[in-house]
Design a binder for this molecule. Sequence first.
Ligand code: ZN
Length: 438
Amino acid sequence: MVGGLRQFVERRVIGDSVPRLVRWGKSLPPTLISRMQVDAFRRVVLYAASRQKFFSRKLQQAGIRADRVRRPEDLGSIFTTPEDLLSFPAEDFLCDEPQAVFETTGTSGGPKRVAFSYEELDLAARYEAAAFYENGLRSGDRVVCTFDAGYWISSWVTFLACKQLGVFCSAVGKPHPQEVYDRIIRYRYNVIVADPTWLVSLSEIAEKRGILPVKLIFAAGDRMTNAYRDYVQRLWQAPVILGYGSTEMGGGAGMECRVRQGYHVDEFNLLFEIIDPNSEGYGELVMTTLARRTWPLIRYRVRDVTRFLEGPCPCGVSVRRIAPIRGRRDEMVVMGAGNMYPEIFEKVLEGVQGISENWQVAVRQEGLRDVLEFRLELTDGITAATVEREVQKNLESRYPDVWANQACGMYRLVFRFCPPQTLVHGRKRKRLVDEREE
Ligand SMILES: [Zn+2]
């Protein structure tokens, strides 16, 4: 039964045209998808147990037999971490001859790498193609993709996704936005795929030199605040659709639909778990590659914090959704206010007039009590008292739990105002810092 189902699904997922795949995908009941995933999980576990040194060693240490493993939780505390990718040689992960290798920046210890076959890249691109199609990308459109190329995967997968849709695509690395602006008319680009900060720079150029007709904008690779998204959408009069992914996930792993509530994830290639969830279901995302055989990853700790969105999506797509990423697990600060993530403060400061984009929130200690300090740069001549009132109002209405903890003395809220350009951060801005002593 499972074998027949598998062949049927594989034929559709690999063989059909993307538009037919999208239509068919909508008719799949979630129970069937999860059965398919369980079957694919068992197969990749058996495969990696016999071919991957890293995973077979882990099984041996834990005394777990691969043929007894049915579901991710049967593996107990066996995971693959980003640190494992850094500290063990490629030979410990490779199960087959690779045809391509990609890197991803690590926070420390140099780049992590993952290898693929061409077929695996095509399969990853298929999901991205389906998500593009669902969002309205059609043949006749012209895409310019400015994701950083080099050893990064996303640009190549986007190119391959456009190829599957028969859509014109320039995947040109990450040039100065001016260079792309100058070519929008020449090459009749009407769809832009880029990272959020690059998009904002392009939009600033367009604001000065003139808006050109654009149908769709896809953004991924960095956090995009609602303020940035609104600005870009208003300016181009085009929807900005966000995607989520990484090199380890094989490029795009999730994309928004027209409902724009979280990302529909690629359940054909990846199995996601949320571990150590809190009462709201937020926990660390963990993924297993179901289809890859060159360098499979079993229960890879993504380190991003999110949750599953339950229930069917109004758009009709049946693959599951995850909520927008709350932050990295290592960015979480546990304090008197609760578990704090940078995203909380992005939301609290959203719409507050009179402050610059260069803000930071610090958690300090005063005696035995935690202090939550907003560091803000005043602009536009709006007074500190007005800003303070606005921020407090937002905190109270948007995060009542966090507010309540202050009211009952779990922490103290303070504000520090600085002149513009004094809170300038490095390339990777740290929005939330923990300055308490160990
Ligand atoms: Zn949807």
